[in-house]
Design a binder for this molecule. Structure first.
Ligand code: ADP
Ligand code: MG
Length: 518
């Protein structure tokens, strides 16, 4: 292979760029660097470096299909993508830790299949099977290799494998927990939005199977922390030995393992293995919808575990009653224990999560920048983290410190969508809050000096920062007419010119208001 890794990666980037939004491209692909290009036994291996593990997870979760398509297009069917991940500080050793070299570790991109294909090209997924490979929610452990035979021997050490149910000739396999060790209780910020779910999870982790919360079902929208929380239960239980065996699995993965077990005539092993687990965590069970055979198998496993006092933890993206295509008998079992929801986080929780994230990444971020992000990125914690990473990547690129100005520029696309526009009432609230004056007084008739001043300042900002006419602004201040507004604005302008202390007050208020604007 004569081409350079850079040239090949550039070709990949050109293809990727045409297939995703500019913003996503800038955030997720521009910071990646090609490291090497090797050819071995017909397999062409392109390695790219990722700035952090988060990139790895994000790419695998969101761009797996695109990356696969790209690599096939540029390198042909025998092309393989590998990641070289720059290790984050104090990152925990994952189970079956991947090999480390210097400050990075190498992981293969998720491959279409880890089992020898029944027919067709090497590495092609068996017909009708979803792609299998790396454990979900966690980078694949060392030993998850592309493609062909799995190098596993019974008693041959603790080498974890991607799918323990597809290994011919192995009777008893240690069940890999499939957990991402980064998902802990310590790293999970508690807020009103998740309090019940978190406390219940904590109680379960102490005594799996022995609380009234069995099964325990967490539900809530995308990116709100379900996977993190349910994996935290597993990580805690393993670390503190409150159980012996844990398995985390997404419902999709459970399904494909089941399908594979059918194809390989290994249903009884599949079933027996799952029944031997002390703490079974199944993520996103809404995807069981419409899969009758899988549901039936899961129903029997569920019953067996429950009867034996084993803990079952489930998550879904909606309340159980709204899940379509799931048999009534299974749904009713989901409701036997406790269902707890996770809501979108409040401002304080968002800020705390960002702060924690910045600390974890060793980033120096000023509080007003964190406030700015937390104020504007409101629906989803994954987006919050994404915003911070984007900023981090940008700051590293331009060798500058992160400040509000940079945040505003870099996050513009992200934030316009969620930005609430500034209203006269918000301005009044911020001004009064800053000057410690009851807000309703600026709309009242009071002529007390400090109230008049607050009122004029709020009018001045309303003129500057909203598109309202003087008349409309006057109406928001207790129905005053436009000449009063003109007078107020003029008075503030005058004082700004002559009084440095006053200028500082204006600056201070401006900073607060900026958190509400683009
Ligand atoms: P879901 O499974 O609900 O889609 P995830 O568990 O994948 O969401 O969470 C998305 C990201 O947000 C993860 O990186 C997770 O660590 C982080 N996260 C979610 N909730 C919290 C929280 N309360 N504290 C800290 N990080 C959180
Ligand atoms: Mg999830």
């Amino acid at each position: 292979m004569n081409a350079s890794p850079e040239a090949v990666w550039k070709e990949c980037l050109d293809f990727i760029r045409d297939n995703i939004s500019r913003q996503s491209f800038r955030t997720w692909f521009e910071p990646l660097r090609a490291v090497s290009l090797d050819e071995e036994d017909d397999v062409v291996k392109l390695t790219v470096q990722l700035p952090s593990r988060f990139y790895y997870e994000w790419l695998e979760e969101h761009y797996f299909t695109l990356l696969r398509k790209t690599i096939t297009k540029v390198l042909g069917p025998n092309g393989r993508l590998f990641y070289d991940i720059v290790i984050e500080r104090d990152e925990a050793e994952p189970h079956g830790a991947p090999p480390r070299s210097g400050a990075s570790m190498q992981l293969p991109a998720r491959q279409p299949s880890n089992v020898p294909p029944a027919s067709g090209a090497p590495g092609a997924p068996p017909a009708g099977l979803p792609p299998m490979g790396a454990p979900e929610g966690t980078p694949p452990p060392a030993g998850v290799e592309p493609p062909t035979a799995l190098p596993v021997g019974i008693g041959g050490g603790r080498r974890p494998v991607a799918n323990p149910f597809a290994i011919p000739g192995v009777q008893k396999v240690e069940v890999p927990p499939n957990l991402n060790e980064a998902y802990t209780f310590e790293g999970f910020i508690e807020g009103d939005c998740n309090r019940l779910a978190r406390s219940a999870s904590w109680a379960i982790a102490q005594q799996p199977g022995s609380t009234a919360f069995n099964p325990f079902l967490v539900y809530g929208g995308v990116g709100l922390g379900k996977t993190h929380l349910i994996q935290a239960i597993g990580n805690y239980a393993l670390a503190n030995k409150t159980v012996e065996t844990v398995r985390y699995v997404s419902s999709e993965r459970f399904t494909s393992e089941f399908v594979q077990a059918i194809q390989n005539n290994r249903i009884s092993e599949f079933s027996a293995t799952y029944r031997s687990i002390d703490l079974l965590i199944v993520d996103d069970v809404q995807f069981f919808g419409g899969k009758e055979k899988t549901q039936e198998e899961f129903f029997h496993i569920f019953n067996a575990l429950h009867q034996d006092g084993k803990q079952i933890v489930l998550s879904t993206d909606r309340p159980p009653k709204d899940i379509a295509g799931i048999e009534e008998r299974l749904l009713s079992r989901f409701g036997w224990g406790l269902s707890a929801d996770i809501q979108a986080p409040e401002l304080e929780t968002r800020t705390a999560i960002l702060k924690r994230q910045a600390e974890k990444d060793g980033m120096q971020v000023r509080p007003e920048v964190l406030d700015y992000i937390a104020t504007h990125v409101t629906n989803n914690i994954r987006e919050l983290e994404g915003a911070l990473i984007k900023l981090q990547a940008h700051a590293a690129l331009v060798h500058q410190e992160i400040d509000l100005q940079m945040a505003r520029e870099v996050l513009r696309d992200l934030i316009t969508e969620t930005r609430p526009s500034l209203t006269v009432e918000e301005i009044q609230r911020v001004v009064c809050d800053y000057l410690k004056i009851p807000e309703d007084l600026v709309r009242a008739r009071t002529r007390k000096r400090e109230v008049v001043q607050a009122r004029q300042i709020a009018m001045w900002f309303s003129k500057k920062l909203t598109s309202h006419s003087l008349k409309t602004i006057g109406l928001h201040f207790g129905g005053r007419d436009h000449s009063t507004v003109i007078h107020g604005v003029g008075a503030v302008d005058d004082q700004i010119d002559t009084d440095p202390a006053f200028r500082e007050i204006i600056e201070g208020i401006k900073k607060k208001l900026e958190l509400h604007t683009r």
